[in-house]
Unconditional design. Structure first.
Length: 149
């Protein structure tokens, strides 16, 4: 894997790590900022399944779960030959700060620069929505609802 084929994103969230961790692992809370359906079992080898846009399922399994500090799960798209289920790795570290949490996301194992660019755009979009929810605001309807690519 080339080092350049990694998506890295950091965002500050105005909430403590425990609240952010819940937004990443509780199916009902996930749906506040991303997706139309979520079935997650945040334990090693547990299922990660989120219908991200209402038209596209992300699927994988949890590799590492350190409550309120770190998540790692395999990731890919149902019905995709380019990024199939479980073919890449998402790692999320939650770093406590005096005024909230630094969310550090790394998405590795993507096959090419085009996929890196697309996933970088997606993570930026959804991390912005996560930040809004964590701050107690309603991000509104997801403008990406129904998007298939």
């Amino acid at each position: 894997m080339q080092e350049g084929l990694v998506v890295r994103r950091e965002t500050h969230v105005s909430a403590p790590p425990a609240a952010v961790f819940a937004l990443l692992t509780d199916p009902e809370k996930i749906l506040r900022w991303m997706g139309t359906e979520a079935d997650v079992e945040p334990k090693p080898e547990g299922l990660y399944l989120v219908n991200v846009t209402g038209a596209r399922f992300a699927r994988g399994s949890f590799r590492e779960v350190v409550p309120v500090h770190r998540l790692a799960y395999s990731f890919g798209w149902d019905d995709s030959d380019v990024v199939p289920p479980g073919s890449s790795l998402v790692e999320i570290d939650l770093i406590e700060q005096p005024d909230g949490t630094l969310v550090r996301l790394t998405h590795s194992g993507l096959p090419n620069a085009e996929q890196c660019a697309g996933h970088a755009e997606g993570w930026a979009h959804y991390l912005d929505r996560l930040s809004e929810v964590a701050a107690g605001r309603d991000p509104g309807p997801d403008p990406w609802h129904g998007r298939t690519g």
